[in-house]
Ligand binder design. Sequence first.
Ligand code: SF4
Length: 205
Amino acid sequence: MEKAMTISYEIDDALYLNITNKCPCNCTFCIRNNGDGAYGSDPLWLEHQPTLEEIKADLAKRDLAAYRQIVFCGYGEPTCELELLKDTARYIKSVCKTPLRINTNGLSDLINKRDTAPEFAGLIDVVSISLNAPTKEEYEAVTRPSFKDADSFGAMLKFAQEVKKYVPQVMFTVVDIIGEDEIKRSQKVADSVGIHLRVREMITD
Ligand code: SF4
C-alpha cells in the first residue's frame, strides 16, 4: 500500500501546501536538511509528484474558507511545478476567497526559462521571496543555486520587481541568524527596489 503523503498541513490558522520537493537551490539553512517535517507536521518528503487530482482530493478534506491564508511552501520550491501551482491556485480561488501566498526563492524565471511574473496575476495575493543575503556573493554562498551560468541573485531581484506589477503584496525575507550587519544591508537592497523586508526566525525542527 502507498504511504500517505503530506500535501497540506496546518500551522496556526494557515494552511500550507507542499506540492513539490524539487528545488534548484541547496540552502545551508534549508529545513530539508534539518529533519522530516516543519513545525511538527508529518514528513514532507513526497513519495511521488502529486497530481492536481491528488491535491484536490487532499483539499476536499479541509474547510478552505476557514483559513486566514493558504500558503504554497513545503519541502521544495513551488514554482518548480508552476503549472500545477497555477491550476491549484485557480481551483482554490474557485471554491473560496481565502488569500493565497507563495513562499518562493524567486528563481521562477530561471527555473521555467521565461518571464513568469505575469502568470501570477489574479491567482496569487502575496509573494514572499527569500532574499537571504544582500549581495550576489553572499547569496550564492548561502543558497548554492544550481544555475551555474546565470546570475541567480539578479534574476531573483528582477522577478521581485516584476511580480510587484501583478500581485497586490510582495515581500522579501531573510532569516535572523544572518546577523545585524547583513540584515541592515539586506534592508538597503529591499529599500532600493521598494519591497518590504521581513526578518523571520530560523526554523530548526
Ligand atoms: S530555496 Fe527553499 S526549499 Fe530550496 S534549498 Fe533553499 S530553503 Fe530549501
